[in-house]
Ligand binder design. Structure first.
Ligand code: ADP
Length: 497
């Protein structure tokens, strides 16, 4: 008798909690992931709901919102839950509407002056309490998740609060960047009425202060980070941000899952931000994008001059100091350098000054522009990511698809996604260097420029390898489903080792 077919795995109910999600609001990679992973899970026929703070931009971005809950008893201020759809996907979104905390212009984490909002401890405690209430089906929604997927410190209190509940869903916590921890004075912890029993070294306390990320790291049933290499690195003192001991202790529950790229947004064959589309089989359009970018930014329209791009936060993590050190020397060469980013004021000023000094070779745009980021990906020949550490990094993955060879430092997700030219034109997809020094960066750049000038056929071969790489979310979403199942298995077994 034929064996019965295996029963299809049960559809999971997943509450996905994050502090940003593209296209509603985004400051970096977390926004890309929270916009794309729920949609990929939805495509795998899972019942996934995204929960975000009701920032002004998020409410405007959804538009057609309805009030679904008025009964969140979590805060002295009135709290409502609004419901809509994530634009471009069928994913249901709940917005935690606490106008006092979230209905503001600007960045989710910082005011116009670039400083953290002074009430961040309260804002993300309120958000976490609302997520926990929804997770326990206490918000009148008649929906109870199997698993709550939390992301970064802004949601770190959720696994901690849920750990106090006798009947709770499983919890997963993803580290998108261990350096951002949500550290607040002990006085805030007390005044916010957070549970005293969680104030402990193996709880939320961190050298006398409250650490929201420790809520995720200590109490989630499963932990992961966004690349296999970063999952290894953060267990060492050099990358562990003083949490490596904790992460070593929980190593059995910690994995790495590489982020995917959302090719619905990032594909030169369809990208609406580009003046001309192109693909691996029809590359002519890439030259047209380069020329259009040069024109847009006021650089000479020179097809043969290598164009080097950089897009990202202007902070030490991204190796901006290395870049600044070598730029005066690099700009002696026949090159064009285009930089888009914002962050550290000193870096912004120094870069802008270089652009003034070399108007024919260097263009610097301080600010955030989704459209220009796409056009730089398409118009550049080389894309720089000299990061000191990089949990995953998305721009190098986009660069691969755009045939813009990434030049990266061998760390975290960069090490997992780019193969150096020295591996041969059958395998190579870009350029990789090891030491976080200006010398190593410059040497590798000069090596790349030499090849660009002398071996265009080889360059094209490597472009073809890069463009053939497939980092679509489908694979990663399946890995997350496995992780959710593991978390469900472990949940209820008490505080995890
Ligand atoms: P991180 O999350 O550390 O900032 P990632 O490489 O994971 O870095 O993701 C960064 C994302 O944010 C990419 O989609 C990138 O294009 C985008 N981004 C960063 N800075 C800017 C900017 N100034 N303008 C437009 N997009 C930006």
């Amino acid at each position: 008798m034929a064996k019965p077919a295996p029963r299809p795995a049960k559809k999971l109910k997943i509450l996905f909690a994050a502090s940003e999600a593209h296209p509603l609001i985004k400051t970096g990679g977390l926004g890309d992931v929270a916009g794309a992973l729920p949609a990929a899970l939805h495509n795998l026929r899972q019942d996934v709901r995204l929960i975000l703070p009701a920032y002004r931009a998020a409410m405007l971005g959804i538009g057609n919102l309805k009030i679904v809950s008025l009964s969140l008893q979590t805060d002295p201020y009135p709290l409502r839950l609004l419901e809509g759809k994530l634009p471009g996907s069928g994913v249901r979104v709940w917005l935690v509407d606490a106008p006092h905390y979230f209905d503001r212009d600007g960045n989710p984490y910082t005011g116009a002056d670039g400083h953290d909002w002074p009430d961040n401890a309260a804002r993300f405690a309120t958000f976490a309490r609302a997520v926990s209430a929804v997770a326990l089906d206490q918000a009148g929604l008649r929906w109870r998740p199997d698993v709550v997927h939390c992301n970064d410190w802004q949601t770190g209190l959720v696994p901690a609060l849920l750990s106090l509940e006798p009947a709770r869903p499983a919890t997963v916590f993803t580290i998108h960047n261990l350096a951002y921890q949500g550290i607040f004075p002990a006085a805030d912890y007390r005044s916010l009425g957070l549970p005293p029993q969680l104030w402990a070294m193996d709880g939320l306390e961190f050298y006398g202060q409250a650490s929201y990320i420790k809520g995720g790291l200590n109490y989630a049933d499963m932990l992961n980070t966004v690349s296999p290499t970063y999952a290894e690195e953060i267990r060492t003192p050099a990358f562990g941000c003083q949490l490596d001991g904790l992460l070593r202790a929980r190593a059995a529950r910690l994995t790495g899952i590489l982020n995917g790229a959302d090719y619905a947004e990032w594909d030169p064959a369809t990208d609406p931000h580009l003046p001309q589309h192109y693909s691996a089989n029809a590359l002519q359009g890439k030259a047209a994008n380069k020329s259009a970018l040069q024109q847009e930014l006021g650089l000479p329209r020179a097809a043969e001059v290598p164009l080097i791009g950089f897009v990202g936060r202007l902070v030490e993590q991204k190796g901006v100091d290395l870049l600044l050190t070598i730029l005066p020397q690099l700009l002696q060469q026949e090159v064009q350098v285009v930089i888009l980013g914002s962050g550290n004021k000193a870096f912004e000023t120094a870069l802008a000054a270089l652009a003034v000094h070399y108007p024919q070779r260097c263009h610097v745009k301080i600010g955030f522009s989704e459209a220009l980021a796409h056009r730089i990906e398409a118009g550049a020949d080389l894309f720089l990511m000299p990061s000191r550490y990089e949990p995953c990094g998305l721009n190098q993955i986009y660069s691969l698809r755009y045939g813009t060879l990434p030049l990266v430092r061998r760390t975290g997700g960069l090490a997992d996604t780019v193969q150096d030219w020295s591996e041969g034109t059958d395998r190579a997809t870009g350029f990789v260097f090891d030491e976080a020094t200006p010398r190593a960066l410059l040497d590798t750049l000069l090596r790349a420029l030499k090849l660009y000038g002398s071996d265009r056929r080889g360059w094209r071969r490597v472009m073809a390898n890069a463009m053939a790489r497939d980092y679509s979310w489908q694979q990663s979403a399946k890995a997350y489903l496995e992780l959710y199942r593991l978390a469900i298995t472990h949940a209820g077994a008490g505080k995890a080792p």
